[in-house]
Design a protein around this ligand. Structure first.
Ligand SMILES: Nc1ncnc2c1ncn2[C@@H]1O[C@H](COP(=O)(O)OP(=O)(O)OP(=O)(O)O)[C@@H](O)[C@H]1O
Length: 270
């Protein structure tokens, strides 16, 4: 990492849905140019954490800063973040093609001018090429495979030329070959100094691509470089005994059961 500009900072953040505490005393900094992977069991609060970082949820306690600015000042800077949600609601019957859908990622920037200009179409063309879906740009969005759809969502997030790309389990519904292609794309974008924050269940793979990993299980259980975090005792404490470990080389290749339960105590009605 070249410089130490903090793009996102959480200070002692607490968040609850109704009375259920989901995140407790979370403090975390993401630096410009960092590739941060967030891992943790199902229901650990990873998506909630991303939504807090994006200003989609407000913490009950604690502070969150985006590019050094508190939440109240985020309206003008939100466009600097691209978001690929875990479950994007797309109306597949909506009569637009891939290229037009990806252009919607520029609408936040286009406010006022309304119609996309030549430059906007050039940016969309570049992004489609980068993500590897240029050849299907005229296809209707309802005619895509799961993997193509996911790539289209990533392309839409990139079309806004973000400084930070936030992805929530981007590999859902993607075949292993495309998955590698997407990780390679993220690696290239990271090399171009894009800050990347991604939630992933693929612990072994993120270890190869990320600068840092945050293990989240209601709290930030551990945050640091992959070799510091991906230790058997840390992962067993977080995922429980169901986690399986296969050691190859300095960083273990780890398979964690996606269905493993959160380790922190929950009330029955949860
Ligand atoms: N809108 C909501 N209202 C109430 N509870 C919610 C809401 N969204 C999420 N939760 C609950 O908050 C907890 C954390 O959810 P979250 O989606 O942040 O976890 P996660 O770590 O991303 O899980 P997964 O890996 O399964 O996607 C879960 O128990 C979930 O059921």
């Amino acid at each position: 990492m070249n410089n130490q500009i903090t793009v996102i900072e959480l200070e002692h953040v607490f968040f609850a849905y109704q009375k259920h505490l989901i995140l407790e005393d979370v403090s975390l900094k993401v630096q410009k140019g960092e590739f941060l992977a967030i891992i943790g069991p199902n229901g650990a609060g990873k998506t909630t954490l991303l939504k807090l970082m994006l200003g989609l949820l407000k913490p009950q306690k604690g502070n969150i800063y985006l590019f050094g600015k508190p939440v109240a000042m985020w309206d003008k800077i939100k466009n600097r973040i691209g978001y690929v949600p875990q479950t994007a609601t797309i109306d597949a019957s909506f009569p637009i093609n891939v290229e037009e859908f990806v252009m919607t990622g520029r609408y936040g920037i286009l406010r006022g001018t309304m119609r996309p200009q030549k430059k906007d179409w050039q940016i969309v063309a570049k992004v489609l090429e980068e993500v590897g879906i240029a050849e299907i740009k005229h296809r209707q969005i309802g005619e895509l495979s799961g993997g193509q759809r996911q790539k289209m969502l990533i392309a839409r997030a990139l079309a806004g030329e973000p400084e930070v790309l936030v992805l929530d389990e981007p590999m859902t519904a993607i075949d292993p070959e495309s998955m590698e292609g997407i990780y390679e794309l993220l690696k290239r974008l990271h090399q171009q100094n894009l800050t990347i924050i991604t939630v992933s269940h693929d612990v072994g793979v993120v270890a190869q691509y990320s600068d840092n990993i945050a293990c989240v299980n209601r709290k930030v259980v551990k945050h640091g470089r992959p070799e510091e975090v991906l230790r058997e005792e840390v992962l067993t404490a977080m995922y429980g005994k169901e986690a399986a470990f296969f050691h190859h080389g300095p960083i273990p290749h780890i398979v964690v059961q996606a269905e493993s339960e959160p380790c922190f105590p929950r009330k029955k009605e949860d």
